[in-house]
Design a protein around this ligand. Structure first.
Ligand SMILES: [Zn+2]
Length: 139
């Protein structure tokens, strides 16, 4: 426990080495002023030899060093359906077109979807990222 009057190892500029010093003043929980127990010189607390000794590498504050968020543990049905589909082949959704089971289409509002069921001649069920929708087609 560091406190005024206590001992701390500090660099002494006169002795040119790390020596036991007596703490004269603290700032927060760190010694601010110390005096050398060997030569009695008063100076500010220097935990390391200036310029020479490598500084102790402190653990860096976690800033932007965090990696990307972990992937979701389980793939949703949507992701499973779209896996392996070629998005470049996605058809722009149009009520005039006809779609078959498994077709990938792109809807202006819902994004990419996969046809999961053909209801009848005019309706298909399409699974989008936000859930299934029933769309008309083949008009
Ligand atoms: Zn000294």
């Amino acid at each position: 426990m560091l406190k005024p009057g206590g001992d701390v190892d500090s660099w002494c500029g006169k002795c040119k080495r790390i020596l036991a010093h007596t703490i004269e003043a603290m700032v927060g929980d760190k010694p601010a002023r110390v005096h050398c127990n060997t030569c009695n010189a008063q100076h500010s607390y220097k935990p390391h030899e200036p310029g020479g000794a490598p500084r102790q590498v402190r653990q860096r504050e976690a800033g932007d060093g965090l990696g990307p968020p972990p992937p979701k543990a389980r793939a949703s049905r949507y992701q499973v359906l779209l896996k392996g589909k070629d998005m470049a082949l996605a058809k722009n959704y149009s009520t005039k077109d006809s779609y078959a089971l498994g077709d990938v289409l792109q809807h202006p509002s819902f994004g990419f979807g996969v046809a999961t069921a053909v209801k009848d001649g005019t309706k298909i069920e399409v699974l989008f990222e936000n859930g299934p929708k029933v769309l008309v087609h083949g008009r």
